[in-house]
Write a protein that binds this ligand. Structure first.
Ligand SMILES: *Cc1c(COP(=O)(O)O)cnc(C)c1O
Length: 451
C-alpha cells in the first residue's frame, strides 16, 4: 500500500475527545483565585466562562462526547490528512519514516478552529450573545471569529498592537467574519488605559491583551471570554488531532517512536501528544513526546515551575505551570503564536514528570528547515509549526547517523501563507536569533506572585 496520504472517512472521525486528567500520575495543583489565593471554584470562573466548559476544565472522565453540532462543523475539514513526507525523507537521505498531521487544511488555516468551534457552541447553548478574546499574530482571532459566525455570536478581538500594525491581513479575515478587532493596548478598558498612561507607545503583548479581553467579559452579563490555548478544556478539544493520527498510522501499520509539536500555550502539542501519552502511561508504550519552543521564549526549557498569573494585570486565576513571569516581554520573533510567558498546566506537569520532554531552537534554524520542507513537500508552513519541522529534521538526521529505523510523527499546526513578510526577512538574510540572556530571565522571575 502507498502511504503518501492517509485519510479517514467522515464516518471514522472520532466522536469523543480524550481527557488526560483521567490518567495523569500527578495532576497540576489547583488554579487559585487571584485575590484570596484559595483554590478557584466553578463559581469563581462563571462570570467569564460557561458552565459546560468549566465542568470540562475540572473533569476526570477519560472520554467526553463531542456534541453533534460541533461534529457537524468539524466535518467541513475533518478528519484532516496524515501525510508521509517521502520527499523530505529523500532530501535528508534518512532511513526514518516522517509522517505529519496537517491542521492547515482548516478554514482558519490552523488547529485553533478545533477548540474555537467547541467554545462558541458551549457559550451559545448557555445563552451568551458575545465573546471577547485576545490574539497575538491573529490565528486565534480568525478561528474564534469564524466559530462565532457559525453560531451567530458577536465577537470582539483585542489584537496585540505590533501585529495589528504589521499583519493587516489577519485582521481583514476577522472582519470578513464580522468580528470587531481592536489594537491592544486600547483606551476601551481600564487596564488598557493604565498601560497607555505609563507608555503611550506600547506595542502590546499577549498578557496585556488578555487583561483587556477578560475585563471586557467580566463587565458585561451577555459576554464571556474565550482563550485559544493553555486551559484544560482547550487541550481536551485539540485531542481530536492525536486521536485521528493514531488511527491513520494504524492504517499504515505504523506507530511513532517520537511525536513532535511546537509549543506556545501548549494546546497544539497537547492535541497531538496526549492520546499517545495515554498509550505511554496506561499501556507502557515506548514513545517519546517532544514539545518544541523558541529559544527567545523558552518557557518549558528555562522557566520556573510554580504559580503565576495568565495575564499582565493579574485578573486571571493563578495557574500551576512553567512560566517566564507575566511581565516577560518576548523579543519580536516571527512566531507570534509562541510568545506566551506561560504554558498549559497539563503540559507543564507531564514535562515536569518526565512523560514529555522539551527543546528550544532559534528562528534562523527553524526557517531553514521550513524552507527545506516547503521545497520538498510543497506546503509553506507557519513559522510556529517550523519549530516542529526542525525537530523532526534533527530526529531524521540522528536516525541516519545511527543507521536506525525510526518513525517520526509531527503536527503541522498551520500554513504560513499569511506570514510571508517573515519569509521575506529570512530569504533576505535579515533574521536574527534572540537567545534569552540569563539576567533578563532572572529579572522577570523576580516578579512572580508570592503564594
Ligand atoms: C497558535 C499557534 C500555535 C501555538 O499553539 P499553542 O496551542 O498555543 O501551543 C502553533 N501553530 C500555529 C499555526 C498557531 O496558530
Amino acid at each position: 500500500m502507498s502511504d503518501s496520504k492517509i485519510l479517514l472517512s467522515e464516518k471514522e472521525m472520532p466522536t469523543k475527545w480524550y481527557n488526560i486528567q483521567a490518567d495523569m500520575p500527578n495532576l497540576p495543583k489547583p488554579a487559585l483565585h487571584p485575590e484570596t489565593k484559595q483554590p478557584a471554584g466553578p463559581e469563581d470562573l462563571s462570570p467569564i466562562f460557561p458552565m459546560g466548559l468549566i465542568m470540562q476544565e475540572v473533569s476526570r472522565e477519560r472520554w467526553i462526547e463531542i456534541p453533534e453540532e460541533v461534529q457537524e462543523i468539524y466535518r467541513l475539514w475533518r478528519p484532516s490528512p496524515l501525510c508521509r513526507a517521502k520527499r523530505l525523507e529523500k532530501a535528508l537521505d534518512t532511513p526514518a519514516k516522517i509522517y505529519y498531521k496537517y491542521e492547515g487544511v482548516s478554514p482558519a488555516g490552523s488547529h485553533k478552529l478545533n477548540t474555537a468551534v467547541a467554545q462558541a457552541y458551549y457559550n451559545k447553548v448557555e445563552g451568551i450573545k458575545r465573546l471577547s478574546t485576545e490574539t497575538g499574530a491573529g490565528q486565534w482571532g480568525i478561528a474564534l471569529s469564524q466559530a462565532c459566525n457559525f453560531f451567530g455570536l458577536e465577537c470582539t478581538v483585542y489584537m496585540v498592537k505590533v501585529s495589528y500594525q504589521q499583519k493587516p491581513y489577519r485582521r481583514s479575515v476577522m472582519e470578513i467574519f464580522g468580528a470587531n478587532c481592536i489594537a491592544s493596548p486600547s483606551n476601551q478598558t481600564s487596564s488598557g488605559r493604565q498601560i497607555l498612561e505609563k507608555d503611550p507607545e506600547s506595542l502590546g503583548s499577549l498578557g496585556m491583551a488578555i487583561s483587556e479581553a477578560v475585563e471586557d467579559a467580566a463587565g458585561r452579563s451577555d459576554t464571556n471570554y474565550a482563550l485559544g490555548s493553555v486551559l484544560n478544556h482547550v487541550t481536551l478539544h485539540q485531542s481530536i488531532i492525536g486521536l485521528e493520527a493514531r488511527e491513520q498510522l494504524a492504517k499504515a501499520d505504523a506507530y511513532p517512536d517520537v511525536v513532535i509539536a511546537c509549543c506556545g500555550g501548549g494546546s497544539n502539542f497537547a492535541g497531538v501528544a496526549f492520546p499517545f501519552a495515554y498509550d505511554k502511561i496506561v499501556k507502557g508504550a515506548k514513545v517519546r513526546l517532544v514539545a518544541v519552543e523558541p529559544s527567545a521564549c523558552p518557557t518549558l526549557t528555562r522557566g520556573h515551575f510554580g504559580y503565576d498569573f495568565g495575564d499582565v494585570a493579574g485578573f486571571t486565576p493563578l495557574l500551576w505551570m512553567y512560566t517566564l513571569g507575566k511581565d516577560f516581554m518576548p523579543p519580536g520573533i516571527h512566531s507570534g503564536g509562541l510568545r506566551y510567558h506561560g504554558d498549559s498546566p497539563l503540559v507543564s506537569q507531564i514535562v515536569h514528570d518526565g512523560i514529555a520532554e522539551a527543546r528550544a531552537y532559534g528562528q534562523t534554524a527553524t526557517f531553514k528547515s521550513a524552507v527545506l520542507f516547503a521545497k520538498s513537500e510543497g506546503v509553506v508552513p507557519a513559522p510556529e509549526s517550523s519549530h516542529a519541522i526542525h525537530c523532526a529534521v534533527e530526529e531524521a538526521i540522528a536516525a541516519r547517523e545511527a543507521d536506525e529505523a525510526r518513525t517520526i510523527l509531527f503536527n503541522l499546526s498551520g500554513h504560513g501563507l499569511l506570514d510571508l513578510p517573515s519569509y521575506d526577512d529570512y530569504l533576505s538574510g535579515k533574521l536574527v536569533d534572540y537567545p534569552l540572556p540569563e539576567d533578563n530571565l532572572k529579572k522577570a522571575l523576580e516578579q512572580l506572585p508570592k503564594v
